[in-house]
Write a protein that binds this ligand. Sequence first.
Ligand SMILES: Cc1cc2nc3c(=O)[nH]c(=O)nc-3n(C[C@H](O)[C@H](O)[C@H](O)COP(=O)(O)O)c2cc1C
Length: 351
Amino acid sequence: MTRYSKLFEQTQLEGLQLKTKTAMAPMTRCFADDETGVVNTEIAEYYRRRAKDGIGLIISEGVVISDRAKGNPGVPGIYTQEQIEAWKEVTNAVHDEGGTIIAQIWHVGRLSHHELIKGQQPQAPSAIAAAGQVPRFRKPYEIPEEMTKADIKEVVAQYAQVAKNALEAGFDGVEIHGAHGYLIDQFNSEFSNKRTDEYGGDLKQRLTFMKEVISAVINAIGAERVIIRFSPHKVDAPEYRWDDAEKAIQTYVEAFKEVGVKIIHPSMLNFYEDVKDGKNLYEIVRNYWSGPIIGVGDLTPESAERALEAGWIDVAAIGRPLISNPDYLHRIQQGEPLVEYDAATHLPKLI
Ligand SMILES: Cc1cc2nc3c(=O)[nH]c(=O)nc-3n(C[C@H](O)[C@H](O)[C@H](O)COP(=O)(O)O)c2cc1C
């Protein structure tokens, strides 16, 4: 009998059947073919090992929705037939082991560089460059092109199309990447969205683009297999916090309910960070949202178990420890030590 009884319970998140209340957090690994965005057998085996270990929900690395959505070399796509066909090997591998896998669909917006996106200018809600450099590429972020309404319509349609492609490729659903300062979050945030049309204004109004994306994806594949990820954290503004976390959460949750979202994935770097009056983010979210919540952020088996017991979350997502331990659940069940994650050692290869 394991001491992590909640973590090892089966669960059903709407249309997703999970062997345990654990998820593999989405993690970009940059092992796809850089030119074609096509995945390979090595990547399929990487995900297979986590499914075999019993991870309940595998959320894939960010998968881009178009050429222009890409922000790092070697990131896979799911918008060409070749890409879709290649993903079938991954989804088959996970399903062979009785696992469940969804694709995280991603557009980086302004967090890119024209050399990464076939000479195009990065696109964003407003023509404001992000601070800093493209990771692994060491070139400063460029001034993006402000998206027209036609651009917005095009991108929303791309999200819907790749959601369908994901099902064709054998994924059990999708997670919309609305977090961490990428395109959707650029619309959501006051410092990257200075628009004066219906896509800009106060937070409620800035969430318009996100709502349109969610609606289009839900229309395409049904709400019971769609997750939305969102966060106060931005990769290009690490110090950023919501002014009033409770108010922000209320506004997001209202938007989610309006468009019929069923599963949410609020993302924190540190799950237990005090965001307001001694409360963690998930505690506050739970006051407004009774449906399934995935939690994340430096969770250990103990702290994940505690969060599940408290009822703040329904599934605990684990990131870096799953890069360094393909047999994470086996180890914690047997009381064996975990291999500590080290970016320098673990990122250059897939184990
Ligand atoms: C190498 C690496 C790549 C990541 N790539 C993504 C990504 O593609 N999409 C995303 O939403 N989050 C990404 N993240 C964030 C993780 O999903 C997760 O939220 C974060 O690592 C915190 O969880 P942890 O403390 O358990 O690692 C990445 C994190 C790491 C370490």
